[in-house]
Design a protein around this ligand. Sequence first.
Ligand SMILES: [Zn+2]
Length: 59
Amino acid sequence: MLKDPVCGMKIDEKSTTILKSDYRNKTYYFCSRGCKKSFDDNPSKYTGESTDEEQSCCC
Ligand SMILES: [Zn+2]
């Protein structure tokens, strides 16, 4: 089973409606166009990589 990193939904890899995106040599799969778009707009948010601008601390 694959997992949509945006909404967390499980995706059947045999599904014909799968959407995917390549980011930094990894392939990510999405359940819908909306999820793919969210990912494409801000991939680092969903891959768990921190970006320089988001490294602020609340304390
Ligand atoms: Zn989704």
